[in-house]
Design a protein around this ligand. Structure first.
Ligand code: ADP
Length: 447
């Protein structure tokens, strides 16, 4: 087992990883930017190293500085968390060269799955259903339009290197194709430096269903059930839950088996997620694979009782999975609400600032993942997600009630947050009856 792990991240996920390490008797090294001098992760870790100025490009994305800090601290491994360098295959290669274990899959798997058109290709070869669309990357409007005509409108144009909802445009009809394709491609070049695009059928009113995978280096692959992440705003998840009320035992088993097949086709190792779109008629399609721990991993932990971060560390240290598929049982229901420092009344504009008053709820089945504390100043430089509220109960109805009660108790003053907006979603009769899809927010809430 590792003696010391460097956590190449910040905020609640860095804190989450530090706690897992501590429970396993592993020493921790935090890295922080000048804006994060007082941040909780830097205080909680056994050691903390400043790696540069506030902008992420000069600190949390600075590979050389992070590797130097790892070597100087004598750490054996790096946990990347999510975002930042977590899906950067070049960084993984650099870790390998420095004989530092990257807690995640090998570089080759990250680059294959990180390229969405290549990932689609791999899945098609493995007989995993993918949304009907182009087999190869498309670079020009002419080729794109030809493909779209074949697929039939509406279609969605996506950047091969895309992520976080960037470089993605829906095209309703042929007349709009050129404009939308060019905009998406421009966005992709600006954000990812890549003009490779692909085109898919646009699935109307789908649900976003993803399966959690764990794979060790000895070829064992298991799935830990699904998460329903259909509550999204601008393709960004806001509420996640497990299990999904949209799928029954048979479909769960079938999609779970497909997810395992997909992970095997990718040559996967460590924790990962297979994302599917579930159509209203019950057909489902592979969308993408995420090769990291995800924001919403706690809902899976609550219903399976398995600590995913601990498993990630064990797998990276070369240990085999400690359970079989048959030993994994899904019990009860878990919900997660992402609390962001943003103003729903002003187009969800980020609202950094100082927390003047903080009350974090607790109680049976309530889990709060955060790096906030009283008088902490949320910096403007990073993601606006500041708290994850996770609840667990025997069934969905009870979990919803627990979330209502928990959000009602949560107090964050001094900065504007989306707590009330989340409360509105949870209170909505259609959410409560499980009648949701990825358009729920735009159709039901004024924003
Ligand atoms: P990103 O990696 O940028 O998050 P994804 O490919 O994961 O992009 O898609 C994000 C969201 O966009 C999905 O959860 C879904 O709501 C929507 N989406 C993506 N592809 C399609 C599609 N073919 N049809 C309908 N909705 C889609």
């Amino acid at each position: 087992m590792f003696q010391k792990i460097l956590i190449a991240n910040r905020g609640e996920i860095a804190v989450r990883i530090i706690r897992a390490c501590r429970e396993m008797g592993i020493k921790t090294v935090a890295v922080y930017s000048q804006a994060d001098r007082d941040a909780l992760h830097a205080q909680l870790a056994d050691e903390a190293v400043c790696i540069g100025p506030a902008p992420a490009a000069e600190s949390y994305l600075n590979m050389e500085r992070i590797l130097s800090a790892t070597i100087a601290a004598g750490a054996d491994a790096i946990h990347p968390g999510f975002g930042f360098l977590s899906e950067n295959s070049r960084f993984v290669e650099m870790c390998e060269k420095c004989h530092i274990t990257f807690i995640g899959p090998p570089a080759s798997v990250i680059s294959r799955m990180g390229n969405k058109s290549e990932a689609r290709h791999t899945m098609m070869e493995a007989g995993v259903p993918v949304v009907p669309g182009t087999k190869e990357a498309v670079y020009t409007v002419q080729d794109g339009r030809k493909a779209a005509d074949q697929i039939r409108y509406p279609v969605i144009v996506k950047a091969s290197s895309g992520g976080g909802g960037k470089g993605m445009r829906i095209v309703e009809k042929a007349e709009e194709f050129e404009g939308q394709f060019s905009t998406a491609q421009r966005e992709s070049v600006n954000a990812f430096g890549d003009d490779a695009m692909y085109i898919e059928k646009y699935v109307q009113r789908p649900r976003h269903i993803e399966f959690q995978i764990l794979a060790d280096r000895y070829g064992h692959v298991v799935q830990l059930g699904e998460r329903d992440c259909s509550i999204q705003r601008r393709h960004q998840k806001l509420i996640e839950e497990s299990p999904s009320c949209a799928i029954d035992e048979n479909l769960r088993r079938e999609m779970g088996d497909t997810a395992i097949r997909a992970a095997k086709a990718a040559g996967y190792e460590n924790a990962g997620t297979i994302e599917f779109l579930l159509d209203q008629d019950g057909s489902y399609y592979f969308m993408e694979m995420n090769t990291r721990i995800q924001v919403e991993h706690p809902v899976t932990e609550m219903v399976t009782g398995i600590d995913l971060v601990r498993e990630q560390i064990r797998i990276a240290a070369g240990e085999p999975l400690s359970f079989t598929q048959e030993e994994i049982a899904i019990r009860g229901h878990a919900l997660e609400c992402r609390i962001n420092a943003e103003n729903p009344a002003r187009h969800f504009m980020p609202c950094p600032g100082t927390v003047s008053n903080l009350h974090l709820p607790g109680g049976n089945g309530v889990r709060i993942e955060t790096a906030l504390f009283q008088d902490y100043t949320v910096p403007a430089n990073y993601d606006s997600m500041i708290v994850k509220v996770i609840v667990y109960d025997r069934n969905r109805e009870l979990a919803i009630r627990k979330m209502q009660s928990t959000l009602g108790e949560l107090v964050i003053e001094g900065i504007t947050t989306n707590i009330d907006f989340q409360y509105e979603i949870i209170n909505h009769p259609d959410f409560q009856s499980g009648n949701t899809n990825t358009h729920f927010i735009e159709e039901h809430l004024s924003c």
